[in-house]
Design a protein around this ligand. Sequence first.
Ligand SMILES: [Zn+2]
Length: 176
Amino acid sequence: MPFTPFHMGPGAAIKAITGGYFSLTVFGFAQIIIDIEPLIRILRHDSVLHGVTHTYIGAFIIGLFSLFAGKALFQCLFRGWNALLNYKYLRWLQVNSNISWLASATGAFIGTFSHVFLDSIMHSDVQPFFPFTLHNGMLHFMSDGWLYLLCGILGIFGLMVIRVVGLWNKWAIEIN
Ligand SMILES: [Zn+2]
């Protein structure tokens, strides 16, 4: 991690720019899946928190899993949500429940690769190019404070644009 939610900042900004070509929910799903390993390691008090999941090879495999599992899960959740809100005065809360394969793939892979990239700046135990090299040239390229600030600003920018574009398209919430 930088604390998993901060990864959503860049995701929101990418969603704002790419719209239907990028799934923010599959992106978020990938963030959670990839951080299961460090979470378990924190609970076990391991000295190394970021193992194989935080390498670019791990990112590819988790991206592949998220592409299918994230799409299936969120389409199911969105359809359930829309069915619950299928009343005259609640329909404005319904969301676009379709996640295309392209949107799912971009969400999943940009999700996992950006995650490893950002974590490789922050954490000294990340070896992004394992097993080819243990060297991490990106480490402390930017201070943690600046990285959090950047993610936060991108998130606020992204959410504002998503909201405006959503209103423009008569979609109340366009987060799929
Ligand atoms: Zn992480």
